[in-house]
Each structure stands twice: as structure tokens, then as C-alpha cells.
Design a protein around this ligand. Structure first.
Ligand SMILES: Nc1ncnc2c1ncn2[C@@H]1O[C@H](COP(=O)(O)OP(=O)(O)O)[C@@H](O)[C@H]1O
Ligand SMILES: [Mg+2]
Length: 384
């Protein structure tokens, strides 16, 4: 390890983005004595900004704000991928940016992400890139129905997606995508969704938190089960895909890869997230080194921590729907009274439906027990 690359406390870590992932990274960094500076286009008091020493609010491409931000920090990371490339470039010219610009640029856009996977020969669903209705018609013809249209840029939590079934009128479906590039993907009849979250260091070493299982509700992650209930050969394939993606991107930092498991035990990549991930939140309680601490270590040029899962865990997301009204907090006793459950809230004021407000994690002696108890807590919390 080159000592020149090492950033030690009390140096300041710069975080692009003001969301909960930045907040949890800020918590880890502060615990270890780093200063934290957040640049976000959210208003003051963002989830990450609340825990930063300095929060700078405004456009990611405002040169004066970027100057202020960069003057304060030794190293920079991004807590979400939709940062304008002009900002990534400006940052990378003046400070170490980890993960690097290329990894973020590739994965912030579905078209570039898919082409990267194809180039690397990494298994993913068959797809076509389309720019107009005629190309959409041809793509659906080739891939067959059902299939799914996904906007190339700025999609998340199922937003910017349209499933094409036997009944779908393509002229009408295309209207939502008009003027933009879209990816059309064959429908994958998966039996399970899994993900792998881990980190790759500056020296190329890698450590993962294992293969976990994800259940979605309305396209939003609902529950993560760690470890995944899959055959060892399936978990091994998932880990191998994660490593192939990390090496292909020459990745530095914490990264998540979402995958589909098919009936024959095959695994293919769905999406890459160049940052800590919702399906890695369980690691805060269940792993030797959690995904945020690992991110802190890697971006500061420190060696990777041991990432191993030491205790089975289930993480449940808390969406705004759990709040009785948008500004009235739920009765948390179901979580707080449980001896192996931990509550995490992201400091967001308005509990809009579908908004990720927090999560809780339940540890167990096995996943069956953890899942049963997590579901009991979830049922007691209810939803509006
Ligand atoms: N090709 C597909 N076949 C079957 N289900 C899919 C496919 N693509 C997406 N989905 C379902 O939709 C969810 C969200 O899609 P994803 O591409 O991960 O977008 P997002 O960025 O919204 O997470 C997936 O987790 C999966 O449940
Ligand atoms: Mg996804």
C-alpha cells in the first residue's frame, strides 16, 4: 500500500449525495474520527447532511460550490450514481474519486451498463437498445412477450419501467420513453432474486458479505434474507459474477450486484449499484465489517476489513406507508422491544408512500427464525 494514498482521521471525506446511504457512511466515518462534508442538491437538512460536519446545498455542477466542497475534503465518494458526469470529471481532476468516474459513468446508465456486461461476457437477460418506436416494435418481436422496457437513465425502484405483455399496445407504451434511449429486456422467469454486496480495494483485493436473497413488493425492496436460501453452487455463481463485474470495472469501493436465479439454478446479472446498497444494510449488525465501514476503509486507502457474515439476519425496509400519516411516527415498540432487532431511521420528515424512511434488522440463530420474527414485527407495525 502506497502511504501517499492513505487518508487518516481527522481528514475530511467528501460525499456526493445527501441520502440515507451517505448518512450511514457518515455515521461510520464519524465514529472513526473522520470529518464528513456532504454536497447535495437536496435542501439543507438532508439525511446525510444532518450527520455531516458541513453540508453544502445546490447544483452538482455549480463551480463555486464544487470549489468550496473540494477545498474542504481529502477524498471523495458518491452515495448515489446519478451525479452529472461533468461533476465527476471536475472532482476527479482535483481529488481522488472512489469509485472512479468510469465505474460510476458506466453503471449510472442502463444502456452503458448492459453494453459493459455484454462486452465482458457476463451473463444477463437478452436485451436490445431502442431509440424510437420502430426499434421498439422490432425488439419486442425478437425478444418475445412478456418483456420489459426500462429507461436508460435515472430509473430506480421500478420507476421508468414498463412490462410488455400480450395486451400491451407498443405505440402507447413508447410515449413514456419518447425522446430517450431505452433498454428492452427479455422477461426472466426467475425463482429468486439475490444480490452480492462487497468491496474491492485499490490493490485489487476483494471481500464480500455473501450472497443474500431479496424479496420485492411493488418493485421496491421489502426484505433481505442473509444468507440466501440457495444451493452452494448458486451462491458460488453469484459471487463469481460479482467478482467479474468488480474486476471488469476496475472497481474501488463498496459495490452491489443484483441478480436473478432461474429454475435450473443459473444466475444472471440484473443491475449494478456503484455504492453501498439497500440489500447490504443487514451487514451493519451481521458482518465483521459492514458495507459502510468497508466503503470508508477503501476510499481512504486502508486495507479491506473482514466482511464475513457472522450471524444470520433479516432486514425489512420501512417505507412511508408504515407511518399512520405523513407526519405522524408509528409506534416503534414492536421493533424496540425485540432483543435482537435494531431500528434505523433516516431522518426524513415527510413519510410519503413508497419513500424509504428507514429499516430494521433482526438477527437470529438461523434465517428461518430471523425471518419469522421480522415478519411478526412487520405485521405489528402495519401500514396505512
Ligand atoms: N427482465 C426482467 N424479468 C423479470 N423481472 C424483472 C426484469 N427486470 C426487472 N424485473 C423486476 O423488477 C425489479 C426492478 O427492476 P430493476 O431493473 O432492478 O430496476 P430498479 O432500478 O427499479 O431497481 C427487479 O428487482 C425485478 O423484480
Ligand atoms: Mg433493482
Amino acid at each position: 500500500m502506497d502511504r501517499m494514498d492513505v487518508v487518516l482521521p481527522p481528514a475530511a471525506i467528501g460525499i456526493l449525495g445527501g441520502g440515507q446511504l451517505g448518512r450511514m457512511l457518515a455515521l461510520e466515518a464519524r465514529r472513526s474520527g473522520y470529518r464528513v462534508v456532504v454536497l447535495t442538491d437536496e435542501p439543507p437538512g438532508s439525511p446525510a447532511g444532518q450527520l455531516a460536519h458541513v453540508e453544502i446545498n445546490g447544483s452538482y455542477t455549480d463551480a463555486a460550490l464544487l470549489d468550496r466542497f473540494l477545498a474542504e475534503v481529502e477524498v471523495v465518494t458518491a452515495e448515489f450514481e446519478n451525479i452529472p458526469d461533468a461533476c465527476l470529471q471536475a472532482v476527479a481532476e482535483r481529488r481522488p474519486l472512489r469509485p472512479g468516474r468510469r465505474a460510476i459513468f458506466t453503471t449510472q446508465h442502463r444502456e452503458r451498463e448492459k453494453l459493459f456486461l455484454r462486452d465482458q461476457g457476463i451473463a444477463c437477460a437478452p436485451f436490445r437498445i431502442v431509440e424510437n418506436e420502430a426499434q421498439l416494435q422490432a425488439a419486442v418481436e425478437e425478444l418475445g412477450r412478456p418483456c420489459v422496457i426500462k429507461t436508460a437513465a435515472f430509473g430506480y425502484d421500478g420507476k421508468g419501467q414498463c412490462k410488455v405483455t400480450a395486451e400491451t399496445d407498443l405505440t402507447q407504451a413508447w410515449r413514456a420513453f419518447e425522446g430517450a434511449h431505452a433498454v428492452v429486456e427479455a422477461w426472466v422467469p426467475f425463482v429468486k432474486e439475490v444480490s452480492v454486496v462487497g468491496a474491492r480495494g485499490m490493490d485489487g483485493s476483494m471481500a464480500v458479505h455473501g450472497c443474500v436473497e431479496n424479496e420485492h413488493a411493488d418493485h421496491i425492496l421489502d426484505v433481505t434474507i442473509a444468507p440466501a436460501r440457495v444451493e452452494p453452487a448458486t451462491a458460488d455463481q453469484a459471487l463469481a459474477l460479482w467478482r467479474a463485474v468488480a474486476e471488469g470495472l476496475d472497481y474501488v469501493g463498496t459495490m452491489a450486484v443484483e441478480m436473478f436465479v432461474t429454475a435450473d439454478g443459473g444466475v444472471m446479472v440484473n443491475e449494478i449499484a456503484p455504492r453501498p446498497h439497500n440489500s447490504g444494510h443487514h451487514s451493519i449488525e451481521s458482518c465483521e465489517t459492514n458495507q459502510f465501514h468497508q466503503q470508508m476503509r477503501v476510499i481512504c486507502g486502508l486495507p479491506l476489513g473482514e466482511a464475513r457474515l457472522h450471524t444470520p439476519a433479516v432486514m425489512v425496509n420501512l417505507l412511508g406507508d408504515v407511518w399512520p400519516t405523513e407526519d405522524q411516527a408509528p409506534d416503534w415498540s414492536a421493533v424496540l422491544e425485540h432483543p435482537r432487532a435494531k431500528l434505523h431511521l433516516y431522518g426524513k420528515e415527510c413519510a410519503r408512500r413508497k419513500r424509504k424512511m428507514g429499516h430494521f434488522t433482526v438477527l437470529g440463530s438461523d434465517v428461518k427464525q430471523a425471518l419469522r420474527e421480522a415478519r411478526e414485527i412487520q405485521a405489528r407495525l402495519g401500514r396505512r
